[in-house]
Design a binder for this molecule. Structure first.
Ligand code: GPQ
Length: 823
């Protein structure tokens, strides 16, 4: 039986809440050196944070010794990105002490919400991939799956976005400038990470040829832990984030030569490795520093994994029984040759034994089919930075292709498609191929996406390894994405069906009959309205714009990408504008259309669409005929803490990517879970959301994935839609002719041209009319509030499948082969 305390009936006692106030005051003085009589919110936030954290350290240590004593198999979730957002309310929610804490903080003269706002988001990721990793950590620890997140502690997370004259401007996100109370820095643990040098052969004492990696430049990795409390404090785990420190000896030698500046230069350069998160989402830039970051994560993590393993085992032969490593996309895939190197060069194993251990340890998750996102590294670059790994990759590939050639004799084209080395256009290492070959399981993140992997992108691999490629549909944690972000709705749900839903989201189904109860529907609508009011206040504060909570809140919040088609949404807005201008007295459903999302700093077209949204907003919002019926706003700096305000207030969730391009989406799940209705294409997890909520409770439109593929093959002509649809033509002409940019008429020509002259790759023109029709159905339904609210309830009620608890259990049982501890 687990020694870790099960959630006590008396949280007051377990977390010593009677002492919390005194601890906050003590930490004000002892840790922060502040006068407790000061009323600085930031100091009180910090003092509270330290006081909360120290209550968990003990539980964390007990959890770790539980894992140790039971010799449980551990899961290592390796990810270049985590997007936890703020920690304070998550700790309090998972500890179950929000209300108690609110009282204590009030006695100190603050509201909990104002202290919450003092925290800076931990933005150590770009978007969905990083947020998924954070949801999975929450679900693992909440379900007693022994797991850890391993990543990088970037000094600068995803940039801070501001909008200046309608354009995105990036500012650096110095998120730890004033310290971060959640970090536990392990100053005494340092691992050496090697780069460059060369691979040398030598003979061991038995006369066997062996390899060693010599003449390297070394950097030290120091871990920093952030605790991850499970819901109900079943267990407390951690994510371990690495930071680069210069290595001592390479400093010393330079100092001894008297080259002080040279030594400092080396120090600064080596510490640059963890300076900044690359802000590209699904776009490979191919910078050497990025590859260094990847190997830095992998090398430090494996030293830590093996150290922990070898405390309890004498031989590495049983590694796959004790360790499961999940690769979050190919970003950490260099782990495969790294483990081979460690097993062979450091622990003396032969190839076959090492390879068997390796392939039973790794599993790989693919998150995209976009070709520009698939990682390939030039052989020269990889070979220079990691010469021994390059050798190992060649050998992995040689043996792999031998196997393929034996199964498909004479099929040289297949060999060149499947090769880990791409030959055309200069040799490059295909990281996805390496990850597939070196893993026992590969998964996509939604049923449609996994299917596309099997039949499209990884078809050859699926034929060769018929059981390797599988599906695990993504999920989101109901703790942060309902309980914490939407107290009004959570309260109502708990009052109606009890509190179990937050650990067993399928329970929400008990809300289905309540959709027929008019008193419940009223309460549901009131909760939504309350959230819309809160958001309206936030919007007023952020962009000085008043929005009316009684209008339909239509939301598209996600990274800016052409395939996500924010432009299609803008085209709908322009069409509504024209309809109102043509007929100012028309009876239309009043809407507030809100956008948010960052564009990669070098992604010209995405930035231009941000500008277009802002220029359309300027025109629409200033027009007297439109007033009260249509408003448009772009909220700057979309991030986790903003999502927590936006998601609960949405009526309509825009999930309108070109079918076949969005691997899963997770925003779609968050919005529907909070009672928004979805307008979307049959893409990613939208397909499964439709299956769960019922086709009558979602607005599906547009081309299907196979139709998109078919149209691309048979020749797609966007102009045909322009010529046959007067309303579309007018929209395009307004964009192209400078209607929204009177001072710079050609400003939006590239937007116009991409659709009209460059093939409209994402098929907006084809989907415009079906989208307009779906939006008309939205308008009509919204006028019937009774029906709308009924559907809103049915959406939330049927979202049980999309809990990350379910996803994590599928990984645990089907891929990691671990069971929850103490069960
Ligand atoms: N995703 Cl490859 C990212 O956020 N960043 C990436 O670099 C890659 C994928 C997203 C993907 O676009 C979404 O459809 C998924 O829901 C999400 O990963 C999590 O799987």
């Amino acid at each position: 039986m687990s020694r870790v305390c099960k959630m006590s009936k008396n949280v007051r006692e377990v977390f010593r809440l009677d002492e919390l106030k005194d601890d906050i005051r003590r930490n004000m003085v002892a840790l922060l050196g502040n006068d407790p009589r000061s009323k600085r919110k930031f100091s009180y936030y910090n003092a509270l944070a330290y006081s909360v954290r120290e209550r968990l350290v003990d539980l964390w240590m007990r959890t770790q010794s539980d894992y140790y004593d039971s010799m449980a198999k551990r899961v290592y979730y390796l990810s270049m990105e985590f997007l936890p957002g703020r920690f304070l309310m998550n700790y309090l929610t998972n500890m179950g002490i929000v209300d108690e804490c609110r009282e204590i903080v009030a006695e100190l003269g603050f509201s909990l919400e104002e202290l919450e706002e003092e925290e800076w988001d931990a933005g150590l990721g770009n978007g969905g991939l990083g947020r998924l990793a954070s949801c999975y950590l929450d679900s693992m620890v909440s379900q007693n799956i022994p797991g850890y997140g391993y990543g990088i502690l970037y000094d600068y997370g995803i940039f801070y976005q501001s909008i200046v004259n309608g354009n995105q401007e990036e500012r650096c996100d110095n998120w730890r400038r004033h310290g971060c109370p959640w970090e536990i820095t392990r100053l005494d643990t340092l691992y050496e990470v090697k780069f460059y040098g060369r691979s040398e052969t030598y003979y061991d004492s038995d006369g066997n040829v062996r390899f060693r990696w010599v003449d390297t430049e070394n950097v030290m990795a120091m871990p920093c832990d952030i605790l991850i409390p499970g819901y109900g404090c079943s267990h407390v785990s951690n994510m371990r984030l690495w930071t680069a420190q210069s290595s001592r000896e390479f400093n010393l030698s330079d100092f001894n030569r008297g080259d002080y500046i040279g030594a400092m230069h080396g120090k600064v350069m080596s510490e640059n490795i963890t300076k900044v998160l690359y802000p590209n989402d699904q776009f490979l830039q191919g910078m050497e520093l990025r590859l260094k970051q990847q190997y830095f994560l992998v090398s430090a993590t494996f030293q830590d994994i093996l150290r922990r393993y070898l405390k309890q085992h004498t031989s590495l032969a049983a590694l796959p029984e004790a360790v499961a490593v999940q690769l979050n996309d190919t970003h950490p895939a260099i782990a495969i040759p790294e483990l081979m190197r460690l097993l062979m060069d450091v622990y003396g194993m032969g190839w076959d034994v090492a390879w068997d251990i390796c392939t039973r340890t790794f599993a790989y998750t693919n998150h995209t089919v976009l070709p520009e996102a698939l990682e390939t590294w030039p052989v020269d670059l990889l070979g220079r930075l990691l010469p021994r790994h390059m050798q190992i990759i060649y050998e992995i590939n040689r043996r792999f292709l031998e196997g393929v050639a034996a199964t498909f004799p004479g099929d040289t084209e297949r060999l060149s498609r499947m090769s880990v080395i791409q030959e055309e256009g200069g040799q490059r290492v295909r990281m996805a191929n390496l990850a597939i070959v070196g893993s026992h399981t590969v998964n996509g993140v939604a049923a449609l996406h996994s299917n596309i992997l099997q039949t499209g992108l990884f078809r050859d691999f699926h034929e060769y390894y018929p059981r390797k490629i599988r599906n695990v549909t993504n999920g989101v944690t109901p703790r942060r994405w309902l309980m914490q972000c939407n107290p009004a709705l959570s309260r109502l749900i708990t009052q109606s069906i009890g509190p179990e839903w937050c650990c067993n989201l399928e329970k929400l189904r008990e809300l289905v009959p309540l959709a027929e109860d008019s008193a419940f529907r009223d309460a549901w609508a009131r909760a939504k309205l309350e959230n819309k009011r809160l958001l309206s206040r936030y919007v007023l504060r952020k962009v000085q714009m008043g929005i009316n909570p009684n209008t339909l809140f239509d939301m598209q919040f996600k990274r800016m990408h052409e395939y996500k088609r924010q432009l299609l949404n803008v085209m709908h807005v322009i069409s509504l504008f024209n309809r109102i201008k043509d007929n100012p007295s028309a009876d239309i459903t009043p809407r507030t259309v809100l956008f948010g999302g960052k564009a990669a700093p070098g992604y010209y077209q995405a930035k231009l669409i941000i500008r277009l949204i802002n220029e359309v907003a300027r025109v629409v919002n200033a027009d007297a005929d439109v007033a009260g019926r249509l408003r448009v706003a772009f909220l700057p700096n979309y991030c986790i803490s903003q999502a927590e305000k936006v998601v609960p207030a949405a009526d309509l969730s825009e999930q309108i990517s070109t079918a076949g391009m969005e691997a899963s989406g997770t925003g779609n799940m968050k919005f529907a879970l909070n009672g928004a209705l979805t307008i979307g294409t049959l893409d990613g997890a939208n397909v499964e959301i439709m299956e769960e909520v019922g086709a009558e409770n979602i607005f599906i439109f547009g081309l299907k994935a196979h139709e998109v593929a078919e149209k691309r093959r048979s020749g797609y002509n966007p102009r045909e839609f322009y010529e046959n649809d007067a309303e579309l033509r007018r929209v395009m002409d307004m964009i192209g002719s400078g209607f929204f940019s009177p001072d710079e008429r050609g400003l939006f020509s590239p937007v116009y041209d991409s659709l009209m002259h460059h093939g409209d790759y994402y098929m907006l023109m084809a989907d415009y009319r079906p989208y307009m029709e779906a939006q008309a159905a939205v308008d009509a339904l919204y006028l019937d509030q009774d029906q709308w609210v009924r559907k809103s309830i049915l959406n939330a009620a049927n979202m049980g499948k999309f809990s990350s608890d379910r996803s994590v259990m599928e990984y645990a049982r089907g891929i990691w082969h671990v069971e929850p501890l103490g069960k």
